[in-house]
Design a protein around this ligand. Structure first.
Ligand SMILES: [Fe+2]
Length: 237
């Protein structure tokens, strides 16, 4: 363990920049959100040293959701490239860290037994991927733009198109689970998950269309930078 790491301290999470634990319009938060004040827990060494992932467990197609589950052809839908930089609370790139994503297919359906939405599964699309950030904290996925899907939160409830992200960063205490949305989605105004985040930080959850990332005759490109902790942290979902 480096001295640098041993001296690391994390500033407290700024809850004014994240959705509240209980947000009544997002129904299930009322069931799972804590009703008692949170107890501060003394930072332990393990929270600053673990987990550490190597890249030896990743397959060569894990980052390419258009290829990692093919059975008889290419998946249907609009191809996208999603890339960005992972940073710590000081704006320093977080290198060699695992980024995991999961999402619905182009029709708005997950490969999960709990998802009974009457939309087709795609035999060539699993909707899960992972990659490591490079030395500059950058990650890159190739995927299919996910479809909106209905959920049972309230009558006629639909989730905006989104990709789920999970990151640990360098240690447990920098864990972040969030969602990337797509610009200009008309469902933002009706989505309690999106609306649950304070207004001033919602834009941080929206990927930015980028022509420089877009590849001619192949895929549209989006940039989604992620900050793991501190005042500029990407909102927890
Ligand atoms: Fe989702």
């Amino acid at each position: 363990m480096s001295e640098d790491l041993a001296c690391s301290t994390l500033s407290p999470r700024d809850w004014d920049s994240h959705p509240p634990h209980i947000y009544p319009f997002y129904k299930s938060t009322s069931l799972r959100g804590p009703t008692q004040p949170l107890l501060p827990i003394k930072q332990a060494l393990s929270e600053l040293t673990a987990p550490v992932y190597g890249n030896h467990q990743l397959g060569p197609l894990d980052h390419d959701l258009t290829k990692n589950a093919i059975t008889n052809g290419d998946p249907l839908g609009e191809r996208i490239i999603v890339t960005g930089q992972v940073m710590d609370e000081g704006g320093k790139p977080v290198a060699d860290t695992l980024v995991e994503v999961w999402q619905a297919n182009a029709a708005g359906r997950y490969v999960h037994k709990a998802d009974q939405h009457n939309a087709p599964l795609d035999p060539n699309f699993l909707g899960a991927g992972r990659c490591m950030t490079d030395s500059k904290g950058r990650y890159r996925f190739i995927s299919i733009k996910p479809g909106a899907y209905p959920w049972s939160n309230h009558p006629n409830a639909w989730r905006p198109q989104h990709i789920h992200f999970s990151l640990f960063g360098g240690y447990f205490a920098s864990r972040l689970v969030t969602q990337m949305y797509f610009p200009g989605d008309p469902l933002f105004a009706f989505d309690p998950m999106y609306q649950g985040a304070p207004e001033n930080v919602r834009a941080q959850m929206v990927g930015r269309f980028c022509l420089d990332v877009t590849e001619a005759d192949f895929a549209l490109g989006y940039v989604f930078d992620i900050v793991l902790r501190g005042p500029r942290a990407t909102p927890f979902e």
